[in-house]
Write a protein that binds this ligand. Sequence first.
Ligand code: NAD
Length: 419
Amino acid sequence: MNNIKTDSIYKNIQDAIRKAGENLGFSDTTITNITNPYNIITESIEVQGIDVPIDMYRVQFNNALGPYKGGIRFHPDVNLDEVKTLAITMMLKCSLVGIPMGGAKGGATLNPRDYDEKQLEAVARAWVRTMKDHIGVDKDIPAPDVNTNGQIMSYMVDEFEKLVGHSEPGVITGKPIAIGGSLGRTQATSQGGVYSLLKILEYFPEKAGDKKVVIQGFGNVGSYAATILDKEGFTIVGISDSRGAIYNPAGLDVQTIAEKKRQSRESLQDMFATNEDVIKLSNDELLVQECDILIPAALENQITDQNASDIKAGVILELANNPTSIAADKILNANNVLLIPDFLANAGGVTVSYFEWVQNRQQYYWTAKEVDERLFKFMTDATDKTYALGQKENLTLREAGFKLAVERIGKAVALRGNK
Ligand code: NAD
């Protein structure tokens, strides 16, 4: 991924919002408000134990619906355009699923593989010191994203509370249960995506085919999507990590693989180095293998005009953010591939983050069943609404979702009198 690619994704999203906003009759000022970030914070910071300064980012896109909300990514490709793109997507997501939060995103430009646990803790704490005045339970609530997890969130909440001098667990979501996390948060993005997928398959049962699934990315989101779908009776035939893919048309034992993968840094291909039933493929090859459902769960811009026409799946569930380029979207649509867009498909993560924030504020915690039932309701309601508008106005799920999301956020901005 490079800047040019994310830059164009950002511009495409801005254009799509502008178009939807114009169709909905919003003023130019309202449209400007929902296509440009309210605040951008970026600093290059010296971190103890690391010999190069680290670039830190927070983009606060829009808070008309409630406090800013969005994850923090640690990755060597993190740059301002990428963070802006992820922040505008968060705004759409919160708006579409109907939670009272705005959009934001953050990041630090580094390759976590180059650092040990102590150094990553130092980066997490330095990120919070940099952003201290901009985040808070009623201001902006970060969460995990690529290469950040419950442990990193624990360092962050600890640093923030030390700085402000009081307990404020709701400043960060995606925390471990022991320090105020919500039951169900770790697998929420994947579980929410599965609820949306199953709902869509109720409307298009023929698309389920033989229920064979390929998943790109086997981190938090990809691995839970695999194990949840496996339990739902789907067969996971291919998975990948950053170092390559494994494929077995007869199915992979994803429960065991996920267990192993969470406990070691071994690559998927190394895990199966001597197993001849399992075919080793590149990540690009994996995307075009035979399957019914393809789930990108890694990074941006993986399905492009270069590979879209070779995709065999009938359904794409975008658990990653912005995995499909606009050009690819058109090709997939022409080929009758049904695409469940990121800002709907992966909204389960921010939905349970919102539940965590509510529980932190009340200091009263819900059971796993309560979390799950509420997640189910948010995801299936948003999916139903998107499907219904798509049918009514002959729109794709992405176009319908865009329209619904822009309508809610645009109304809130206009009612506030714009900035
Ligand atoms: P993660 O760091 O836990 O996992 C990322 C996975 O992608 C890893 O398996 C990594 O090896 C793999 N990967 C990296 N580069 C790759 C490449 N070029 N090809 C194939 N695989 C590659 O991150 P995550 O939290 O699982 O996030 C994955 C995606 O889901 C991201 O797009 C993220 O923005 C999105 N997302 C995450 C959440 C969440 O709650 N964690 C919520 C919404 C959306």
